[in-house]
Design a protein around this ligand. Structure first.
Ligand code: EPU
Length: 417
């Protein structure tokens, strides 16, 4: 087992460069299989989720070459095979292969996707969209078998703006016959990034980034080159760390608009933050005041920053409230934060956080990716040493986390125990 050992309370100075977005990369890499030919993706983060996707591509007989930050994908010999549970259960994004294999072969067999255990995470909206586009779906002990004679565009009214269902619908509709209109679509930047790449491949997608997306199907797509957008959750996590420990800390290679919901809250809290066109500078000179925040779909406050932001609120004066509206079970970090000295009460979907409280080093456990990020922030500000177990979760989403933090002055290392 890998653990992260952190000695807290070191001031951080210098620059942290943000990597390509995990949640964009995990959609764009499978999406390259919609084209026959070669696609080069740049700004691909070096994280374990990408390793699993690459294994899945290779299993489907797709050639891949990875160099620093890029992946070249040649789909010439793509084969349709049932994706084994060991691969599909490792991450949520594995179900994008359902859409792609359905679009390309009109037949797919795949298990329920994996991902962090942060709520029920049903896939009913994806299944509804596939059915409306012409698929017949049988389910047997979590194995989905999908067939279609013909895939045809349709009106897809999503019951909620699900990121995954919006992506899956786009992936099938680009090669379906005629026009598809998705209403109540998710507006996350990762969806806009996907549409941009697919349009470069020859697709016709309009309205990505708004709640109505129109896709006019085309018979085939060709390979392209594409740069993945910067990771707004990684950027947000380091900005939160900067608000606590920054001494002129630069967070570089960001799209400020993508993290505006966070920076607006930080400004309300009194943080010292200076935002430029593609970077920001953050210091912890000012005392922070508590705020009340709810998570919402983009452009609202992202659920993926809720857990690291909880740690920040333990250091703000007064009582803060943080309400999680997207997932049912995303508070598993709270037990460990309280163990470290925080004063947080869970009331249904809302955390009541009493601050500011001193945190002390402890042995804690990352139960999911962003819980890991929350505990890392806590370890960095705690008195003494913290050991974070199960950091495999954290390594799924943050590229070179130890190197990036060490370079700006943190005392942090990974140990194998
Ligand atoms: N939902 C349904 N039915 C569906 C689809 C979703 O009820 O058919 C519910 C889910 O249970 C959840 C909510 O709607 O409560 C949002 O789900 P959504 O489909 O939007 O999320 P996702 O596509 O499964 C992606 C990210 C998550 C991020 C969410 C929300 C990827 C691979 N994952 O998940 O990222 O939290 O969007 O922004 O893109 C993370 O990076 O830590 C992470 C969990």
């Amino acid at each position: 087992m890998k653990v992260l050992q952190v000695t807290g309370n070191q001031k951080l100075t210098g620059s942290i460069r943000i990597s390509g977005a995990k949640n964009s990369a995990v959609a764009l890499i499978p999406a390259t299989l919609l084209a026959s030919g070669t696609t080069t993706l740049c700004n691909v983060p070096d994280i374990s989720d990408i390793d699993i996707l690459e294994k899945t591509l290779n299993y489907l007989n797709v050639e891949t070459k990875r160099a620093s930050g890029s992946i070249v994908i040649n789909t010439k010999n793509l084969e349709n095979k049932p994706i084994p549970k060991e691969l599909s259960s490792k991450l949520r994004a594995s179900y994008y292969f359902m859409a792609i294999l359905l679009a390309r072969f009109k037949h797919v067999e795949m298990y329920f996707p994996g991902g962090c255990q942060i709520g029920l995470r049903p896939i009913d909206q994806t299944l509804k969209a596939f059915r409306l586009l012409g698929a017949e779906i049988k389910e047997n002990e979590h194995l989905f078998i999908m067939d279609a004679n013909k895939l045809k565009g349709n009106l897809i009214p999503l019951d909620m703006p699900s990121v995954g269902a919006t992506i899956n619908t786009i992936l099938v509709a680009v090669l379906a016959e005629g026009e598809t209109i998705i209403t109540n679509a998710a507006c996350e930047p990762e969806i806009t990034d996907l549409a941009l790449m697919l349009n470069k491949m020859g697709a016709h997608i309009a309205g990505a980034g708004t709640s109505t997306i129109t896709i006019t199907g085309v018979p085939e797509l060709k390979g392209t080159n594409h740069d993945i957008i910067p990771d707004r959750i990684e950027a947000g996590t380091y900005t939160i760390i900067g608000a606590l420990l920054g001494n002129y800390l630069k967070i570089d290679n960001i799209v400020p608009l993508h993290i505006k919901a966070l920076t607006d809250e930080l400004e309300k809290m009194g943080a010292n933050i200076d935002i430029h066109s593609d970077y920001l500078i953050i210091d912890n000179q000012n005392k922070l005041k508590g705020v009340d925040v709810e998570t919402h779909v983009y452009p609202g406050f992202p659920t993926d920053l809720q857990q690291p932001f909880t740690t920040l609120l333990t250091q703000a004066s007064g009582v803060s409230h943080l309400t999680e509206t997207i997932y049912e079970n995303r508070f598993m970090n709270v037990f460990y934060l309280n163990k470290m000295g925080a004063n947080i009460h869970i009331d249904d979907k809302t955390l009541e956080i009493h601050g500011a409280t001193k945190l002390k080093g402890e042995i804690v456990e990352a139960t999911d990716l962003r819980a890991g990020a929350s505990l890392l922030v806590a370890a960095l500000i705690a008195d003494g040493d913290t050991e974070i177990k199960n950091i495999e979760h954290l390594l799924r989403g943050y590229e070179e986390i130890v190197e990036k933090l060490t370079n700006v002055g943190a005392k942090i290392e990974i140990k194998e125990i």
